[in-house]
Design a protein around this ligand. Structure first.
Ligand code: UD1
Length: 427
């Protein structure tokens, strides 16, 4: 397995191209199941998770063709064509690797009247049940059966009628599954307390481009008027707001500055607020976002929450940055239990972080020191890279599998901004 070696202490400065959003791409890809016409997605990031999803779509008999994959291109163009679906089963082997496979349940059910998806296993950042996915599909008219580790969703003859559901907890994935199921229902569906994340808006915009009728896009109450069929479309995946925030933390911890090419400030308001509270300069510049350190980092208090709150996916990276702040920051994680697994690794690098339940107190330290580290999830891995960029000496980050799921060409992007970083084969 490869590892990343960072020689810390170099001040970052330069521009970094932000890729298409992983989490948006993972809900736009299954939309190909909703039509027998071609769906072309532009600005798809080159990531292991996207490759896995492509593989899953191929298993269903969906053809996929990739263009624009010259090595110098950021972003790929993929055309998916589900003229004939030959299987409606998402097998254990693929779902195990990528939890987002559950997002085929809604569209497959809508198109084929039946879908069978392996239950995702446990997950490093908490239990992550799928009960809300199943409850909302039931509310739209599906029958759900659980057997032998699989969930089977069946629509009545004539397809899903549609229905009303109020989410007890905001769930991004369950909202996505519900939207993709409801667009082809025979009647109207209403979702209350739906997720409002920008990735949900991206999904709705694609569905509308395919002919869906959706009211309340970006709101927590969404009304979907089912249509008999959807058509093909060409659509550009939104920029990755989490990737943009991660590189901002990377530049800031080194006392540097970065122009995040194609980062959208409206989609990152809570993150930007936290950056400004920490003393960073944040300025939109056309389609880009400029972020710069401006003196010592100040401590902040941040609580993760569904959008428009501070994203749980930015918690670990912000925490790494705050390790070097001038005082004690307080972070509270309300979305996932078990999402502080980066803390012991950051502490091994000289950080001073205490956790108690949902709360972490990050006492800023004057210096971090390089170490051999590894993390068990994607954002936790990035937090170690961020800490390594500011640490004295050499940091080795192992288990790159996670980073490769979510950060396109990480080393290349950081190298371009002046970091000393390389990927080498593990011995
Ligand atoms: C998505 C993102 C993930 C992000 C998360 C929260 C993708 C591929 N992943 O994950 O990066 O961290 O949103 O912004 O887009 N819950 C239930 N039952 C369910 C579903 C969820 O109890 O059926 C709970 C979860 O355990 C969690 C909370 O709801 O506590 C939010 O989870 P959810 O928004 O569903 O996250 P994902 O869609 O899995």
């Amino acid at each position: 397995m490869d590892k990343i070696i960072i020689h810390g202490g170099k001040q970052l400065s330069g521009s970094i191209q932000i890729s298409g959003a992983k989490n948006a791409a993972l809900t736009l890809l299954p939309c190909a199941l909703l039509t027998d016409e071609p769906l072309t997605l532009r600005n798809l990031p080159r990531l292991a998770d996207i490759d896995s999803f492509q593989h899953l779509m191929n298993q269903f008999g969906v053809s996929t063709a990739i263009a624009g994959s010259r090595p110098e291109d950021f972003g790929r163009v993929m055309t998916l064509e589900a003229t004939r679906i030959t299987s409606n089963v998402a097998p254990y082997d693929l779902v195990r690797k990528m939890r987002a496979s559950i997002l085929v349940l809604g569209p497959m059910l809508a198109r084929m009247g039946e879908a069978k998806v392996s239950l995702p296993g446990g997950c490093a950042i908490g239990n992550r049940p799928i009960d809300l996915h199943l409850k909302v599909l039931e509310a739209l008219g599906a029958t759900i059966e659980l057997a032998s580790g699989y969930v089977r969703a069946i629509a009545p003859d004539g397809g899903l009628p549609g229905g009303r559901y109020s989410f007890p907890v905001v769930s991004v994935g369950a909202t996505e599954n519900a939207l993709m199921a409801a667009v082809l229902a025979s009647g109207k569906s209403t979702l209350h307390n739906a997720a409002r994340e920008p990735e949900i808006v991206d999904l709705c915009n694609l569905l509308v481009a395919m002919g869906a009728q959706i009211e309340g896009i970006g709101a927590s109450d969404i009304v979907i008027h089912g249509v008999p069929r959807l058509h093909g479309a060409t659509y550009r995946v939104m920029s990755d707001r989490i990737e943009a925030g991660s590189y901002a933390c990377a530049a800031a911890i080194t006392g540097g500055d970065v122009l995040l090419k194609n980062a959208c400030i409206e989609e990152m308001e809570a993150t930007v607020q936290a950056f400004r509270d920490a003393g960073l300069i944040v300025e939109p510049r056309g389609a880009d976002l400029y972020v710069a350190a401006d003196g010592p980092l100040r401590p902040v208090q941040v609580t993760t929450a569904p959008f428009p709150g501070f994203a749980t996916d930015m918690q670990a990276q912000l925490m790494a940055m705050l390790c070097r702040a001038d005082g004690a920051s307080v972070l509270t994680e309300t979305i996932f239990e078990n999402r502080y697994m980066h803390v012991p690794e950051l502490n091994r690098m000289g950080a001073n972080i205490e956790t108690s339940g949902k709360t972490a107190i990050v006492h800023g330290v004057p210096r971090l020191s390089g170490a051999e580290v590894m993390a068990t999830d994607l954002r936790a891995s990035m937090s170690l890279v961020i800490a390594g960029l500011a640490a004295e000496g050499e940091t080795q980050v192992h288990r790159l599998y996670h980073l490769d799921r979510g950060y396109e060409r990480l080393e290349e992007k950081l190298l371009g901004a002046g970091a000393q970083i390389e990927r080498v084969g593990d011995d």
